[in-house]
Design a binder for this molecule. Structure first.
Ligand SMILES: [Cu+2]
Length: 591
């Protein structure tokens, strides 16, 4: 992105917004779901242009612009953007998605490497799924041309973990344009019966596809296409300037939602943006006695969930699941503060955050029911591919070490392994063996969010995060290091799937301009890391005294004891299950 100063028009208005929530706010739109039945999900997703028309929530001004969406036809777009159907299925299912590209023909035929080109070509990336990277699964080298259709068929492994994921367009050369337009949708791999505690599985649930949309930046990107732009237009644009953006949730601006007093509600969040990380938090929830706890990040439950939560740090591509319960009726907000300056190089420092703005206004409905008990502390059932590998001694694995640097380069960044490599040139950046355990020392991802397809990675024991959001052993597929956090090691299993392992910066204009690479995964398909076995759900029903300890632990972590507590967690994890929880908790409580 250009590094010219960006101004937050909405930032100045945010205080007024908090003081007086926008009148006539619409209730949260539940995204349509495409759900598997009898083990098969079959759906068609149409990609098409449409005109988005908004009455801006704060100023009341109207604006409209041409954009692209999943299944936009037949939808009234006076109050929301198109968002794709939520794909809901379970481990062992077959998922068939026919992608029908109704976009306009490409304006030209030039396809220079790492240029912005071919605005009408598309494809699908299933971000977070542990599936194959070859056709007909998660092959982002597929090009579905305007007027064409393509049928993806994903074989979801019988041991695939449950989780919150998402899908988006991923054609190298137009990813920023199409995702920036809003070609996104959520994926939910349903919880299996024995995967998480019954109390949690039974909760009412909301799914929030959060997007920061930046029409001005998208217009600039469209104008930079080498094949002549794409007719992207806007009118009545209410003065959006570079760096200005607005938030949508499930395609709506500032919707309202309800939860019930004294009852836990589960919320899934997926975050998409061009180039703005954000801090997501609650506003006015303390006064209602709300408890807010983390369940999962990037679609994988954290160990010893639920975990105390104050702020969720999200970069484009991140997800997080939480539970919330409020003791009093009233209203609170889920808010987001976007990184100012559109990422690195912006004025005043990268992590200078704009004023928090409202994502969703929640009404806590009064209820006579008594307060729900604490959820059990649990570590979910885990498949082989999510067993801890960050420490070689835990399961006698052998690390294959290498360094990865997202180095500054034209257009954003380049991918450098062990001191070699550069911007994407269509060829492999190297290889790794299926069945190996990779131990990467990553740098540059404090400026460029590191994302890898197919195999999620876990953080190592060098994590230091006073906020407690990042901890040793946590799994991610996007990792963007905030200020105040240090963590350079990531570890993952190269499990079962051979083919291309694609990785890139999730500031997608950087990716389009060459901050992308793939490694060839070599060896025999289906090979797993030796010596690992799946593990069962572990629940700890917290006695009152333990619950107090848990809160102490959270407080200690928030107060900055995370370096020690990370070590304690690491040691505790090695013990396994309940013992691990007790060990980690008692250590931190003492500290
Ligand atoms: Cu980047």
């Amino acid at each position: 992105m250009p590094s010219m100063p960006r101004h937050s028009r909405f930032g100045a208005l945010a205080l007024a917004l908090f003081a007086a929530p926008a009148a006539h706010a619409a209730s949260l739109h539940e995204m349509p779901a495409a759900t598997a039945t009898s083990g098969v999900l079959s759906t068609t997703i149409v990609v098409d242009e449409y005109t988005a028309s908004f009455t801006e929530a704060v100023s009341g001004s109207a604006f409209s612009y041409k954009t692209r969406g999943y299944n936009p036809a037949g939808t009234t777009m006076s109050d929301r953007m198109a968002v794709g159907p939520t794909l809901r299925f379970s481990a062992g299912d077959t998922v068939k998605v026919t992608l029908d590209n109704d976009l306009d023909a490409n304006p030209g035929t030039t396809t220079t490497m790492n240029s912005l080109h071919s605005p009408g070509t598309t494809n699908l990336h299933t971000h977070g799924l542990h599936v194959d990277s070859d056709t007909p699964q998660d092959n982002v080298y597929v090009a579905v041309e305007p007027g064409a259709t393509f049928e993806y068929t994903y074989a979801i492994a019988s041991d695939h973990a449950a989780g919150t994921h998402w899908y988006h367009a991923h054609f190298h050369g137009n990813t920023a344009l199409q995702v920036g337009n809003g070609l996104v949708g959520m994926i939910v791999v349903e919880d299996a019966a024995d995967e998480i505690p019954e109390d949690l599985a039974a909760l009412e649930e909301l799914a929030l596809m959060v997007q920061r949309l930046e029409p001005f930046a998208v217009q600039q990107i469209a104008g930079a296409f080498e094949d002549g732009g794409d007719g992207w237009t806007q009118s009545g644009n209410v003065g959006l300037a570079n760096g200005d953006g607005y938030w949508t949730v499930n395609g709506q601006m500032n919707p309202t939602a309800t939860v019930t007093q004294n009852r836990w509600t589960r919320v899934r969040v997926a975050y998409s943006a061009l180039d703005a990380a954000a801090d997501i938090a609650l506003l006015d929830a303390d006064a209602l006695g709300c408890e807010w706890k983390l369940l999962a990040k990037d679609g994988i439950y954290v160990d010893n969930a639920p975990r105390a939560l104050t702020t969720a740090h999200v970069a484009p591509g991140n997800r997080f699941d939480f539970v919330v319960k409020c003791a009093s009726a009233g209203a609170f907000e889920l808010t987001a503060a976007a990184e100012a300056g559109g990422g690195p190089g912006g004025p005043g420092g990268r992590r200078l955050l704009q004023t928090a703005e409202t994502l969703v206004t929640f009404t806590v409905l009064a209820s006579d029911e008594s307060a729900a008990e604490d959820l059990p502390v649990f570590t979910p059932k885990k498949p082989v591919y999510l067993q801890d590998v960050y420490d070689e001694t835990l399961h006698s694995v052998t690390h294959v070490s290498r360094t990865l640097n997202f180095a500054r380069a034209d257009g954003g960044c380049a991918v450098v392994f062990d001191g070699a490599g550069g911007q994407y040139d269509g060829t492999s950046h190297g290889s790794m063996a299926v069945g190996s355990v990779q131990a990467w020392t990553v740098s540059g991802n404090d400026k460029h969010p590191f994302h890898i397809h197919i195999n999620s990675f876990q953080l190592g024991s060098d994590v230091v995060d006073p906020s407690g959001y990042y901890r040793t052993g946590d799994w991610h597929d996007v990792f963007y290091v905030p200020d105040g956090v240090t963590a350079s090691k990531v570890y993952f299993q190269v499990d079962q799937h051979t083919g291309k392992a694609v990785l890139h910066c999730h500031f997608l204009e950087h990716e389009d301009k060459g901050c992308m690479a793939y490694l060839d995964i070599t060896g025999a398909e289906d090979t797993r890391v030796a010596g690992l076995a799946a593990t069962a759900l572990v629940e700890t029903f917290v006695e009152e005294e333990d619950a107090a300890n848990e809160e102490d632990a959270a407080d200690a972590a928030a107060a900055g004891a995370s370096a020690e507590s990370s070590s304690a967690s690491a040691a505790g994890r090695a013990l396994g299950g309940i013992a691990a929880f007790v060990a980690a908790t008692s250590f931190v409580a003492v500290a």
